[in-house]
Every structure is written in C-alpha cells, then in structure tokens.
Design a protein. Structure first.
Length: 435
C-alpha cells in the first residue's frame, strides 16, 4: 500500500539523496539559481544539436535489432568524483550541489567523454519517498570506508522468522515532493522541461533481497539443505514485488523508461516498440516499459540450480514488462538455455566473466549483446592502452555478427586520472572504425 501522510524519506532508487537526509530547506541562494540556470542553458543548447536526434534514432534502431553498428556508453560511476571533484562545485546548498553535479555530468558527457549518450532537454524530479522494505530489520557487519561487509542474519530460523516478513510499503511525502517540483520549475522553467519521474527500482532480481535477509553463505547452503524454504521465501519476495508493481500501476506512479533512460545494466531505452500503441500517459503500466532481472549473487551455482530456485520467479516478474533485460556481472552463457526463455527478452549483459566467444552462437542478431569490458584498465593512473585496446578488439571480433554495445561501468576509480575515461571511448571509436 501507499501511505500518503507519513513524511519519512530515505535515499531514492534513482540514487539521488533524499531531501531530509541533506537537512534541505528548499531555498537556494540567488547566485546558486543563476549558476544552475547557466548550466541548464548549456545543457539545453547541447540537447538541441542535430547529433542528439541522430544518436536517439540510432539507439532506437539498435534496440529494435535493426542495426549491427556498435554503440558506446561510459558511466564512470565513482570515477565521477575524479572527473568533477566536489571542490569545484560552486553551489553551497546541498540540493543545489546535487543538481549542479547532475548538469555538469550532462555537459561532461558531451564535451569530454563523447560517447553515444543522448543529452536530453529534461530535468527529472523524483517523488520524495521511502520504502519500508520487508518489515524486518536488516544489518551488516563491516563495510567501513567502502570495504567488505557481511550480512547480519535477519532470518535465523525460517519457522520463527518467516512470519515477520511483510510486503514493502511505499511512503510518499507529497508536500515535500511538490515543493521540490516547484523549486525545479522556478529554477529551470523556460530552459529545461521539468518532469515528475521516479525510478522505483534498479533490479527486480530478488536474490540480493534474499541474501540481505538470510546471508550469502546460508542462501547457498539452503538450496541443498532447505530447498522448500528457499522456494517459500523466493515466492514471497516475488509476490511482494508484484504487489508493489500493481500498486504503482494503479496509482499512476510509473514513468516510462524509454527514451534516454538507462535500462538494465547497460544501454538506453529508446524504442519504437514501447510504450504500447494504446498506452495511457496517466496510467503507465509495466507492459509499456523495459523490465530487468539479474542474479549476480548466484554466479557460482550451477545453471540447473539457477533454473530451479531463481528462474521461475524471474520469469514471473519479466512477464509483466513489454521488453526485458537480463544480467549484470554474472556470466550469461552457462545458464543461457534457461535465460533465453524469459518473455520478450531483448538486452543481455555480457560481463567480463562471460565467455565472449559464445555471443555469436547464443545471441546472434536476436538479442542486444551488452558487452562490459573490464573496468580495471581505467583504474591505473596511466591506463594500459594496449590491454584496453586488445579487449575492445576481442569484444568487437566476438560480436561482429551480433547487435553489440560497449558499456564501460563499475569504475571505482579512474586512477585519479579522469582522462582515462575519455581515452577509453577514443580507443573504442578507433577500433570500431578499423572494423
């Protein structure tokens, strides 16, 4: 259910910090407004260039499997802190700094990285909301300074603890949501189109949720020792997600993830197949959208165990969506005989741990091969260009009879040398031209 009165907010699924977590007063200083408008005008100028429409059309053809031209996208992720250091931001108010960083990224993608990302004339504002989770307190041990951590079991005993689990409840702070939208309108009105658009989830894969409740080691052992309990919990997680999805649809809270929205673990949503021809803009359904399931956490289990304990629930989720993406860091090839049965599957992650040589045979031109070269080459102060080039060559050679995209992500650092990101794109362009 949705609680429209409780004002509590947490970090949103889009990754934008929640307003209250920043002690935000929703009042910007005049110089901050001027700075944000200057940046927004530059974004609008870039978005109006003919090359953006050309890129958008290319992504649309790509997503429709109508071209084999490789596309390139890089998201430096944590490396953005090196591309655009916090100390160069001019705004001082917390939310103004978040918005300044967002606008600077759009400009940096176009002026410096020069990949195939489409810069659009929009500024999206999510709802201020929280998600109650599964009704049981989660815990971690360790994790300081970004280090490793271990789950503190919330479910120690299935019989005792299972009844405590509840479906997630979304809590929207409507007053704050409207204030942020109004603030964005006041700042960007007449320059960028301000839209209400909320990313309610990243992945709907469920195994991460399972592990957050039970722990990784026990999850692995339970598939052998307590298989009926694994199914019981996976079914509950699946039902909870479907319940939330139904609620979002009925209340008109979903927004299209077509166009320039990042979908799955790589690529953008431009499509002439979505939304459905008779869709209602006020009541978007999952069938108008891209879906995404993955199970990185089960990389070390057999394909048969993935098929038994995870795939049936992935399939139920995927059945709701118009087109689907599968996978992130797990290798797709070993479990492909099962994964290929996901309904309306279109984009498949080909991670560094997949056997790239299988792409032509398994994916061919029937699916997008979303290839993820290893980000470690970019983590050194002086990038090993020969190694990066050889890997790109291999990716292109293995996918020459496919529909490939080269996605660079998962960068924890750029070796304090942001030039590595742009140089990687240049090398990819060179090798595509050579091909």
């Amino acid at each position: 259910m949705v609680d429209k009165t409780d004002p509590a907010t947490l970090q949103t699924a889009s990754g934008i910090p929640a307003v209250k977590s920043m002690n935000e007063l929703l009042v910007f200083e005049s110089f901050e407004v001027n700075r944000l408008r200057e940046l927004a005008k530059r974004v609008a100028e870039i978005a109006a260039l003919p090359v953006q429409a050309k890129k958008a059309k290319l992504w649309e053809k790509h997503n429709g499997l109508k071209t084999s031209e490789p596309l390139i996208f890089i998201d430096p992720e944590n490396g953005w802190n090196e591309c655009i250091p916090a100390d160069i931001l001019m705004c001082r108010t917390p939310m103004a700094r978040v918005w300044e960083m967002y606008l600077r990224k759009q400009i940096y993608w176009f002026e410096v990285l020069k990949d195939d990302k489409v810069i659009e004339p929009y500024f999206d504002v999510p709802h201020s909301f929280s998600d109650t989770g599964w009704g049981i307190e989660l815990g971690r041990a360790g994790g300081g300074s970004g280090g490793s951590w271990k789950v503190i079991q919330a479910i120690k005993d299935y019989d005792d603890d299972f009844p405590k689990i509840q479906y997630p409840k979304i809590i929207i702070d409507w007053e704050e949501s409207e204030k942020v939208l109004e603030l964005a309108d006041n700042v960007f009105g007449g320059i960028l189109t301000v839209r209400r658009k909320t990313a309610w989830w990243w992945s709907l894969g469920m195994t991460r949720d399972f592990i957050s409740l039970r722990g990784l080691e026990d999850f692995m052992c339970d598939m052998i020792e307590y298989p009926e309990n694994v199914h019981k919990l996976m079914n509950l997680l699946c039902e909870g997600i479907l319940d939330k999805l139904d609620l979002l649809q009925k209340n008109g809270f979903l927004a299209l993830n077509t166009g320039g929205t990042y979908v799955g673990s790589g690529g953008f949503g431009f499509s002439d197949e979505l939304p459905s021809p008779d869709y209602d803009p006020q009541k978007i359904t999952a069938m108008d959208m891209w879906g995404f399931v993955e199970s990185q956490e089960t990389s070390s289990v057999s394909p048969e165990m993935y098929n038994e304990f995870v795939f049936p629930y992935h399939k139920r989720i995927a059945e709701c969506f118009g087109l689907n993406c599968y996978g992130c860091c797990e290798g797709f090839d070993a479990r492909w005989k099962y994964v290929k049965n996901l309904p309306r599957l279109r984009r498949v992650s080909v991670s560094p741990w997949a056997k790239w040589e299988t792409m032509e045979e398994l994916l061919g031109k029937g699916y997008i091969a979303s290839i993820k070269p290893n980000p470690s080459h970019l983590a050194l102060a002086a990038m090993n260009e020969d190694a990066a080039r050889d890997e790109i060559k291999k990716a292109l050679e293995c996918s020459k009879n496919c529909v490939p995209e080269l996605i660079m992500k998962d960068n924890n650092t750029l070796g304090k040398n942001p030039r590595n990101a742009a140089r990687w794109v240049e090398i990819a362009r060179e090798e595509i031209a050579n091909l």
